[in-house]
Design a protein around this ligand. Sequence first.
Ligand SMILES: [Zn+2]
Ligand SMILES: [Zn+2]
Ligand SMILES: [Zn+2]
Ligand SMILES: [Zn+2]
Ligand SMILES: [Zn+2]
Ligand SMILES: [Zn+2]
Ligand SMILES: [Zn+2]
Ligand SMILES: [Zn+2]
Length: 1842
Amino acid sequence: MAALLLRRDKKSTAAHLKSDLNRTDNSSGVRQLQELLDSVLNPEKPAADTEALDWCKCLIAGGEGFEEFCKTVRSYDNATLCGLVWTANFVAYRCRTCGISPCMSLCAECFNNGDHTGHDFNMFRSQAGGACDCGDSNVMRETGFCRRHRLRTGENVPSVPRDLLLMSEMVLSRFIICIIQYLRDGYTEPDTSTERDLQKVLQELEPQISFLEELTKMGGAMRTVLTKILTNQQTFKDLSMGQEENVFAKKNYENYLSALKNSGLVSVEEKAQTGAAEPTRGSETGALGLLGAAAPSSSGSNKEEDQDGGQSIGQRKRVKLSSTTKDPSIMDSLKHKCFLEELLFWTIKYEFPQKMVTFLLNMLPDQDYKITFTKTFVQHYAFIMKTLMKSQESDTMSNRIVHISVQLFSNEDLARHVTEECQLLDIMVTVLLYMMESCLIKSELQDEENSRHVVVNCSEALLKNNTYWPLVSDFINILSHQSVAKKFLEDHSLLMLWMSFVSFFQGMNLNKRELSEHVEFESQTYYAAFAAELEACAQPMWGLLTHCKVKETQEYTKTVVRYCLETLQIWFDAIGFVDELAPNQVTFHLPLHRYYAMFLSKAVKCQGLDLESLLPDQEMLMRIMVHPLQIQASLSEIHSNMWVRNGLQIKGQAMTYVQSHFCNSMIDPDIFLLQVCASRLDPDYFISSVFERFKVVDLLTMASVHQNTVLDGEQERPMLEGALTFLVILSSLRIHLGMADDEILRAEMVSQLCMNDRTHSSLLDLIPENPNPKSGIVPGSCSFEEMLSAVADFKAPVFELGGSMQQGMYTPKAEVWEKEFDPIMVILRTVYRRDVQSAMDRYSAFLKQSGMHTTGNPWPPYKERTPLHPCYKGLDRLLHCKTLHIVIFTLLYKIWLDHSNMSEHVLCMVLYLIELGLDNQVEEDKGDEEPCIEEHCHDSWFPGTNLLSNLHHVINYVRVRVPETAPEVKREPPASTSTEASNFGQNVREAQVFSLVAERRRKFQEIINRSSTEASQAVRPKSSSTRWVPPGTPPQLVTEILEIHESMLSLLIKLHQKLSAKQNSLSATWLEDMDANPNRHIHGDGITAIERILTKAATRSHQSKRSIQEICGKVFPPVAPKKNSPAAKKTMDKEERRQRARERQQKLLAEFASRQKSFMETAMDVESPDTEAAMDLGASEVKESEVLYDCVICGQSGPSTEDRPTGLVVLLQASSVLGHRCKSDEAKKLPTTDDERIYPADTCGAAHDVRLALMQSFFKDSSCLQSVSIGWDGGVYVQTCGHTLHIDCHKSYMESLRNDQVMQGFSVDKGEFTCPLCRQFANSVLPCRPGRSTEVVSWHMPSNNKTSVLVKEVEDLQEQLGLFPMESNLSKEMELVIKDIKNTTQRKYMDYGKNPGSPDNDFLFMYSVARTNLELELVHRGGNLCSGGASGAAKRSCLNQLFHVLAMHMRLYSIDSAYNPWTRLTQVAPSRDDCLDDERPEVPMLFRDCPSLLIIFVLTMPQPLRKEHFICLVRMLYNLQYTQALAALSAKFSPEERQAWSTSGALKKNAFNAEKSYEALLSHVITELSKVKTVYDVNTEEPSMLSTSVWSPQSIEYSLQQFCLPYLRLSCLLQHHLYGDNLSGCPEEEEFSGLAGCLGLLDPVPQPSNPMYSASCLDWTVSAFDLMSQWCSEVTGLTNTQAEKSMTLLVQDLQWASPHLLHLPDNYNTIFQYYHKKACTACKKVPKDPALCLICGTFVCLKGLCCKQQGICECVWHSQHCGAATGIFLLINASVIIIIRGHRFCLWGSVYLDAHGEEDRDLRRGKPLFLCVERYRVLAQQWVSHTFDHINKRWGPHYNGL
Ligand SMILES: [Zn+2]
Ligand SMILES: [Zn+2]
Ligand SMILES: [Zn+2]
Ligand SMILES: [Zn+2]
Ligand SMILES: [Zn+2]
Ligand SMILES: [Zn+2]
Ligand SMILES: [Zn+2]
Ligand SMILES: [Zn+2]
């Protein structure tokens, strides 16, 4: 039966079956169909057989055509969502204004059809793929929907007729089971087969899966059918397992079952096993296996293994934890209930084939499907991650996973739904744990041996490759939904689980300070560690914190804080931490601390919780502060070079830790936590802990000498600076202590702008998303922009000629520098230390400029702080504790006495601390301060803790412990006491030992010990170890008593004197003189700072005031700055010297830059030669003598000689700039639609090619090649920097370059070099001719010869045979440069003749080189010679030398006198009929190009050519040019006009001076040319454009002048270069008379009455009419076919507009939208990297192999053909322009800038870009002036690969 059906026509069978099935009794239809399908969809057949697919299509369509069927189904589409699915690299849009979920994205069509004006949107290139959210109000606001999806089309679509999809339902279920069976059959476990097999199966299935995808595009109706099939459990049961009798199906099924078996997280075998045997197995197959998988080159990974192993003692072993999972079902194997589940299962097994993913995603607009699919996805989640971990291509797979999961989890309803029903949160956390458990190692922190803590191993592939990323990203995504986050925060066991997950990262990537040897291998694991903490710990934390913002959520915070503390406690126990840190260790990773810190901050700031209730006991606080403090100390150590042996990577860690993307998740929480600890702990304890941790305790002694057991001498100063700076930061930073969000943003912005001017985007990037990423201050939001305009001024991009492209920059406003510059914030945020200096430099520059501080270097300004939040008031006690005051006193004393290791920075920080203390008084302490004084003073230097009262407290004696060798010992102690300790307190009651820091520390140790003896007596005593014995134990130390008699105030006043270098710098009445304006004292140096502090002290305390007045009133003995201790002086000086060295260096750099710039300008400058010209003119006296040249290599000066020639440094380059000129002065528009097009035919190059080809088809080739110029395309342009060198010197220079191994960016082998003087790029040397520079002599001997005589002389000169020049060094060099010139361009630009390589070709090419250079100079001069120019310009140009070299070469050719055009130009001769026999005729004179003829004559005549002969040439050729003008003009007439002018002119023929009457001559030409009808006839067919306007004498004269002008310009320019004549400027309308006068064709003073002077320039030596008749007869004598074209040849285009690049649209999007998906015309594919030629508009495949020909990629290829190896390309996907020049290329930058004046390379930001007209003008100018090589740096070879 089925066989019967099979043989029948598919279409009719389908129709037949459909009608059968529609009957009420359809059983036979059903049976028939099943039988048919059994045989059609037989999975045993190869999948590649498309017959089955054809059958399915036909059956589904039910007899209709499939296309029509699709259309019908589509008409029932009720989808209201766009749902367009795209894959990686698709360009989509994101609108933050419209988006509800941050993941929202729109397809270009929906975006453009929606209204997003003024929104914060951007374009982006999809990384992982995505789908359009248009129409989904769960993800975006409805106002952003496009027109189509806003209409909710679904509501008015008719319901689907029952029978339409009947067949589909039946066929498709069979079709899907068939696909599944193929998948089952094809699958083999990866370890038993190779990767390729899976790919092969997929490839074969491609048409089937594509078909499914195609079906989804039919819209909602078809998707409903598919959903039904995919989710129906009964069909799945029936079809997937019910085929017991089928052997094939059975085998399949078993394959499937075995695949299922391993789908759980814990495999069946593992379940049975215990963890006992694990470690060994793990270490060999696990770590190595994974590493090997990531990096197949085993040598590399082995080395790494060794290194990591070498770092630790023993082998690093993976640790296997017993599973902590909450719900075992998550770990179990899968069970399937419908097709969708199994389909997804296979999708995973096959590692997410793209087509399958697209199909599954295309179904998502169906709501039922979406829910089921999401559940299925969640069900398979663990399995997905397991597969991902094993995958070889985890990157691709990650992208595909996220492509799917983003669509599912961005929707809050759905996410909540699956959280509730499918335990999504449990699954995610469990899977995360499972993943990380696979790479745990034992922590080595603290107690290496006994640590029980485990951490992730950052060198494992899982972390290195970021494999966990998709999972974490999903987790963050679902936590962004409040309902889901609440579930998480309410579930305590989940929180516990999560905390244990976080603790895997606590203390990872431990650094151990190398003390002896430099590490051999710099581990790069820190990248992985930082990334892991940020992504896996911090991001989820910020996600959770967004939901803990209000009072109602207090409970959540409390719970998190509780678990944090618990986990921290567990951690401290596990690492065996008691109270002492193991030395020389640091880890930057303390996520548990940071969780705790950030939840605390939120609790206080937003939820109104009391800090006290969330804090642990004092002991726990003490422990908590240890590790964050260690990081701060280590930062200082790293910057003090104490970690150099650990390599650069440790600096990398220090920098990453503070960097903008990490700081708010790392350093900020750490500092905050330390601030919390400081506010609660005893301040003396805290302060002493800080100095101890920074290892500078020993330094804090009053003694002149001390011993430091832990620091090297050179590290003491930076460490002390570090400690003090840290204390300043700690006590002044308010980020989490009371600042509002916008205050923080403002402070961040100001500090970044103060460091450097910033572009908008870099500023956006540098501002941490503070205080957390979702706080509402989203970068790019309005508040960012408002804040920016409040603090910064915009500096629009500036253009310097030849300078680099600048971008729009933001710079701080003046009042910001004045009031808001905060050096402390700058220090906190600097990644590079030099940025601090940069900020200070900019600050000083501002002060100088504004006159606020003009002498010396200002100090960092003091800035008042935001008041502390009441919870943190305790922090101020830090500033009011005796320990700090003792330190301050000691440091002031030591600075005053010039002790070593003190620096300006130390003083600055000390003063900062004093001032902070004065400004932040502790109120409550005041009350009980006074009574304490007496009681405590015996063990303390100061009576109380209040800074204000301690300031004036005088300390008389201090007891110090010093080595016996110290100077103090030798001095007789004033109170003459013994050194015995027992005397302490007896004789000198006030003398105190300054080991207080240590004493105090011990005191607190005791307190702690006492309070917890019961708890852990066994551990504690051991730990209060020997370390804390006061450092007085070494026997060589003795105690000495110093006599001090100073207070902090007196020391400050003394320092004031010292700094101002004046005794009694402060008078007794000084305080009264201070004015009340505090602002005056904000900016200034140390003196200002001290004055400010003293004033503050005086105003706040009477006692201080009295004390100050007293001290100031005293007359001090002169305190000359002590120079006696040279060592101390050194350190103070060091800073200063460093500063001076830097200034010197900057000055040098600036000088160098300006010198380079002036070189650049000279080289660039083509238009204003005036200044230098004037100088050159003055030097014209030397003209009689030989020119001397300076050699820039050897420095000698001398003439260029035959033996030792000198040459000009030149750059030869092929150019097609001239060829790209058009008639119109308007630039061609770049097409941006399919309808627009660029026609290349109207360019100069094309026109000349056509003209030459036309001539060559009629006339003798050799004659043709002398009648035109080439080089419009691919001509050789010669330019020089003007520097000369001996050619032999140059050769040795080249030799040295060749030996120089440094990459120079140019190729010496190709003759390239840079000018030794100005560094300009060059590639050849043009020999200078010996003798005088220009032929001025002949000008001074004007011969009175008549023109006719001169004509004869010229003829004689031309007859002279070219003599081969004497073989000399010079002549050899000249031939070499000719060779260079020829090699500069391509063959095709040289061979225009019919016989390639013939001398005629060579001849044409050579004189065309001269033409090209003259024409280009004209272009550079603006297209005319109106601007004039002195002869100096001629000197700097190399045209004269070039002409000489060319002439030398051209003289080798002689023109056959029989064909010499000179004869035909000057003589009336009988026509030579003889040549017509066998050959084609010569080109008629009227078709010849006069400028070309002039150049030919000049170059072929003996050199030097006398000026009168030159003028004679110009005159004779002008006659011809004028006649050509008349002929061309006459062609433009209408026949009637022609007749009229002919008649009227004829009357004047016999008048006087008829030979100079345009009317007579015009009439004659018309008459002569009319002799043969065809000449004018041709034109009459097409109506003349100008026939409507009547020709007047004025318009005729204008037309004639315009026709002759190009010839005059060229002649004039040539004369200028050959004879050094000045070019006189003139108004543009008088250019003709000006030039004619310059050439001597016209009287210098033309009669103004007669403007018709074009004819008066004529100068005939024979009868004008005869000569003209002769010329005309050459034309009329042609055959008829030739004559037809003669009009075209007569009417020439001589005037060309200046060259333009294409006109570009204003908005870059216009270009991008059209071109980024446009197909290349050559390969018909959409290029991966499309590029656009900005000269001609050609669209090319950059780097594409598709369009590569002869080993050259399309872009390079095009540059060779379009621009003779120069190309300007716009890279569509990057918005930047690249320049190709020969074998090199460079990135030029972009001509499109965003609203902030910035480039957006690679369109990363995706903001709208607009054309920067100025930049584009600069680009075009560089192109026209051929200065790409000089101006752009950083060229690289492209190897033809672009
Ligand atoms: Zn869309
Ligand atoms: Zn839409
Ligand atoms: Zn929008
Ligand atoms: Zn030299
Ligand atoms: Zn130079
Ligand atoms: Zn082009
Ligand atoms: Zn192409
Ligand atoms: Zn291509």
